[in-house]
Design a protein around this ligand. Structure first.
Ligand code: ADP
Length: 443
């Protein structure tokens, strides 16, 4: 059966059930009609005989054949006197008073009803009513013939209509299959099934597939972008290293110049190393390999230390860092290394993008199920339209600004906070400053 398509299979099943159903219903109908006709005819038989008796008693004439019932008269000894006889009827069949009897005779059936009366002259006579089942059979036959004519018409009609309904219902499936095939053949993930929004299951399925394709497409685009950005970021320091090392090889006699080149090479190699570490971090997160090493950490002490470590660099730009703690508890469960990495990044950015002689204010406090770290600077700020992009990998508002940065820091911060079941927020005004707020879940 697998060589048949679903439409044909469905139509075949449907037709099969239609034949069984219609056949069954017609069978029951014929049987029921038969039974009803027989019951009616039997009461008709009794009624006609009773009417004839009444007519005889009143001295009226009566019909020998009335409403399909034959009337026969016999004398007391059972000898046939008069009346009309149905074809093949056994004239001398024994009498039974006041009861409908069924006789089978030469493939034909008869129903008889006998009654005995005494005439005015004192004569005893039998009155027998007879009807032949040929009348009922003829009617049933008509119904059966009609049914056998109607049945195929009904089946053909329902098959044709059923096929077209199924075909229409399966149009979206065809569209889904064609789109999937086109995507496979052309490798083009931007293709969509494009069915209008609907409520039926297949349309919903198609819409869901489209949404899935949209997400896949975006994620592939991001992946491509990521690889191209990463290669780009690696190319610059490698080019510098190559140039400097060639220079040393050519003019290596002058120790002072060689030393300068070695310093440049060292800085660029550090940059590459940093980038590779960050890429490894993202690849571990993307693979789902990044497991937090959760432990009880004195958050307040850690931030205090980070503040002190960064103050030396901040002082170079005459920036002061302050820290205000409003946490009642000092210890929280975090991955210490990750936590330090996140806060360090935010403070580092505040220094990098802060203004000379400015200030950085760090604050920690609790808010419902989170402990919150806020870092506020009064630096260059971020324009409204760039505010959400800063979390993207490799995004930099001003790419030419710093040589050290690569636009990976904030996406790493976001990932770390989210790994701690928290979230990040940023508020900023261009030229005025920026506030980063990290909400870490109290685990
Ligand atoms: P980068 O390595 O460039 O600092 P990040 O991911 O840390 O990368 O930051 C992305 C961009 O967001 C930065 O290039 C910078 O333009 C902007 N940014 C980050 N922090 C601040 C801040 N405190 N003030 C102003 N701009 C900032």
């Amino acid at each position: 059966m697998s060589f048949l398509n679903i439409k044909t299979k469905l139509t075949l099943w449907y037709t099969f059930f239609m034949v069984v159903l219609v056949g069954g219903i017609l069978g029951i109908l014929v049987e029921f009609t038969d039974m009803t006709l027989l019951t009616n005819q039997k009461s008709q038989l009794v009624e006609v005989v009773e009417d004839v008796i009444e007519d005889i008693e009143e001295g009226d004439d009566f019909d020998n054949f009335d409403d399909g019932v034959y009337i026969l008269l016999y004398n007391e000894n059972g000898e046939y006197l008069t009346g009309s006889l149905p074809f093949n009827f056994p004239i001398q069949y024994p009498f039974k008073l006041g009861q409908v009897q069924e006789i089978k005779e030469k493939d034909r059936g008869f129903y008889i009803y006998d009654k005995k009366i005494i005439t005015e002259g004192g004569e005893k006579i039998w009155i027998r009513g007879v009807f032949s089942d040929i009348q009922i059979n003829q009617l049933t036959q008509t119904i059966v013939t009609g049914a056998f004519l109607i049945l195929p018409i009904l089946v053909i009609l329902s098959t044709v209509i059923g096929y077209f309904i199924t075909k229409k219902a399966f149009l979206p499936v065809k569209k889904i299959q064609e789109t999937a095939q086109n995507i496979t053949e052309s490798n083009e993930l931007s293709l969509r099934i494009g069915l209008p929004k609907g409520r039926d299951e297949i349309t919903k399925l198609a819409n869901t597939i489209d949404e899935m394709l949209e997400r896949l497409d975006k994620s592939f685009q991001k992946e491509k972008q990521f690889t191209s950005d990463a290669s780009h970021e690696l190319r610059t320091p490698v080019t510098v290293i190559l140039a400097e090392s060639e220079y040393i090889l050519k003019h290596g006699e002058d120790m002072e110049e060689a030393r300068e080149s070695m310093e440049i090479i060292n800085r660029q190699a550090e940059k590459i190393s940093g980038l590779i570490n960050q890429l490894l971090f993202f690849s571990r997160v993307d693979r789902g390999d990044l497991k937090l090493k959760l432990e009880n950490v004195n958050i307040v002490k850690t931030i205090e230390e980070l503040k002190n470590d960064n103050s030396i660099e901040a002082e170079k730009r005459n920036i002061t860092i302050t820290y205000e703690n409003n946490l009642k508890n000092y210890e929280y469960i975090v991955d210490k290394i990750m936590f330090i990495r996140a806060i360090q990044n935010i403070i580092q950015n505040a220094i990098n993008y802060g203004k000379e002689n400015g200030k950085i204010e760090i604050e920690s406090f609790e808010k419902s199920e989170y402990f919150v770290i806020k870092v506020k600077d009064d630096g260059i700020g971020i324009a409204e339209e760039n505010l959400q992009k800063i979390w993207d990998r490799f995004y930099q508002v001003d790419e030419s600004r710093t040589t050290k940065s690569m636009g990976l820091g904030l996406s790493m911060v976001k990932l770390i906070v989210e790994k701690h079941e928290g979230y990040v927020e940023v508020e900023s005004e261009l030229g005025k400053g920026t506030v980063f707020t990290l909400y870490f879940k109290k685990l």
